[in-house]
Design a protein around this ligand. Structure first.
Ligand code: NAD
Length: 497
């Protein structure tokens, strides 16, 4: 199979601190693999606490003495809009690099690059339109909210859609006037370096954006434990989130946690089954199944169960798996051999926990690379590990149900609660069922189509706090209450007797 290697790939990926690309203070590096041939194509600087110290010092200087936090919202918005323009102008290059580094299909990587631009545009609009509360106590007080950027924000991101997820944190943090230190995922550090050039060209002041590459337990840990970083916004696995939560506790840091998922799609017999079929296939197999909101459990009402799983499996077998850079590819290569091994172990486990209808291992025509055929298990019981645990690959567990209460019990019967998808033509049931699900986000008769104004986040083991729209601005700012006295204040006169 041909393997497209982008031209002009860097052989070293460095930190970007205080406006310059730099190596680690101690010279440490780590290997970066691409997922199709699993060859090392670059070495990245492996940040240690000394590098985090430099990055935090630069961000602190830019926050305390720089222009950015105090700039007019309109002026900051202009910079954010220029960033969006620059991202858009190089979306094809971004997609090419992202697809090469992560194994995401090129067409989907392109969509993610455009989403990244949209995130900047959205927060540019929001910050200009930002209004804050004022409260009047007639004749006595006027009280208002003085919103201030919090300080240096630590941003820690995963590898599944690296550039887009970085934008999801960078855009509101910068819109709010914070300065940042970004620690991108070590599996996919390639695209993050592009931010440096984009931000410089857009006119973001030096030191506002800092990037430290490295391993989670080293660079990530040092950022979490740095006393001058009051905020940590983290997206990643639930167990990493638990650890970071504990590590933030001694410093009482503000935390936003977007964690794992095992989201159900519930299909009632009265649903538009053609639409549900297209949507659930896309919902679990897009982005290689490496998607936090993947509908990785499908619950189907008994009368349509057999027909549905047959059609679903037939379509899954026909999905085009191949070179991520080929525009015909629907499922590419999983990000890294370690993750591939994890997903394959679940595929093997599934063979004893469910009835294998499609996939079940590596596609025959792809003897190398981290390829997994879209895999469908039917008749999976609620206590199966493939029903309970996040696999984060192209693997789906399908389970029948007879009654609405049973469907709800199955939907809610896992530790996660990120997203849910409900398919029915009964309006009353759709709303009642949606409102009873333990999930941060529910879509009725659709897969995940985002409205950037709505809250984004999960409940239970899927997260803590919600970002999205003004909630993101709330996370990156302090809301100070200022009270103005208009009349006489009743003051008990201590010591005046
Ligand atoms: P991960 O938890 O392994 O790593 C995420 C980031 O945390 C990486 O940058 C990593 O280097 C860093 N990290 C690891 N250990 C750390 C530590 N001790 N201290 C500080 N930082 C540390 O997750 P991943 O495998 O990169 O990403 C996949 C996971 O992300 C899945 O569980 C997926 O569901 C989740 N995810 C959630 C959302 C959401 O919005 N809820 C979105 C995308 C991905």
């Amino acid at each position: 199979m041909t393997h497209h290697v982008p031209e002009g790939l860097p052989s070293t990926i460095r930190h970007y601190i205080d406006g310059s690309f730099v190596d680690s203070v101690g010279g440490e590096t780590f290997e970066v693999l691409e997922p199709v041939a699993n060859t090392v194509y670059a070495r990245a600087s492996a940040g240690q606490s000394a590098d985090i110290d430099l990055a935090v010092a630069a961000a602190t200087r830019a926050f305390t003495t720089g222009l950015w936090p105090g700039m007019q919202p309109r002026a900051r918005a202009r910079v954010l809009n220029r960033i969006a323009d620059l991202v858009e102008a190089q979306d094809a290059r971004l997609a090419e690099l992202e697809s090469f580094d992560s194994g995401l299909p090129i067409t989907q990587a392109l969509g993610q690059a455009q989403r990244a631009a949209e995130n900047f545009r959205f927060f540019a609009d929001l910050i200009v339109a930002q209004a804050d509360d004022a409260y009047r106590v007639p004749g006595r007080q006027i009280n208002y909210v003085n919103r201030k950027p919090t300080g240096v924000a630590g941003l820690i991101t995963p590898w599944n859609t690296p550039f887009m997820l970085e934008s999801w944190k960078l855009a509101p943090a910068l819109a709010s006037g914070c300065t940042v230190v970004l620690k991108p995922a070590e599996f996919t550090p390639l695209s993050a370096s592009l931010w440096a050039g984009i931000f410089e060209e857009a006119g973001l002041p030096r030191g506002v954006f800092n990037l430290v590459n490295g391993i989670g337990e080293e660079a990530g840990d040092a950022l979490v434990k740095h006393p001058d970083v009051p905020l940590i916004s983290f997206t990643g696995e639930s167990r990493t989130g638990q650890l970071i939560f504990a590590n933030c506790a001694p410093y009482l840091k503000g935390m936003s946690m977007e964690l794992g998922g095992k989201s159900p799609a519930i299909i009632f017999a009265d649903a538009d089954l053609d639409a549900a079929l297209d949507s659930t296939l896309f919902g679990v197999f897009s982005l290689n199944g490496e998607r936090c909101t993947a509908g990785s459990r499908i619950l189907v009402e008994r009368p349509v169960y057999d027909a549905f799983i047959e059609r679903f499996a037939e379509r899954a077998r026909a999905i085009v798996v191949g070179d991520p850079q080929d525009p015909r590819t629907e499922v590419g290569a999983l990000v890294h051999p370690e993750h591939f091994a994890k997903v394959m172990s679940y595929v093997e486990l599934g063979k004893s926990e469910g009835r294998l209808l499609a996939g079940g291992g590596r596609p025959e025509h792809l003897p190398e690379g981290n390829y997994v055929a879209p895999t469908v298990f039917a008749d999976v019981s609620a206590d199966a590990r493939i029903f309970q645990e996040e696999i984060f690959g192209p693997v789906v567990a399908i389970t029948p149900f007879d009654a609405e209460e049973e469907a709800l019990e199955l939907a809610n019967g896992v530790r996660y609660g990120l997203a849910a998808y409900v398919w029915t033509s009964d309006l009353t049931r759709a709303h009642n069922f949606a409102q009873s699900i333990d999930a941060g986000m529910v879509w009725l008769n659709s897969h995940n189509v985002r409205d950037l104004r709505t809250p984004f986040g999960g409940v239970k083991a899927s997260g803590l706090g919600h970002e999205g729209g003004y909630r993101s601005i709330d996370f990156y700012t302090e809301q100070q209450a200022v009270h103005i006295t208009l009349g006489e204040v009743h003051t008990p006169r201590f010591g005046a007797h």
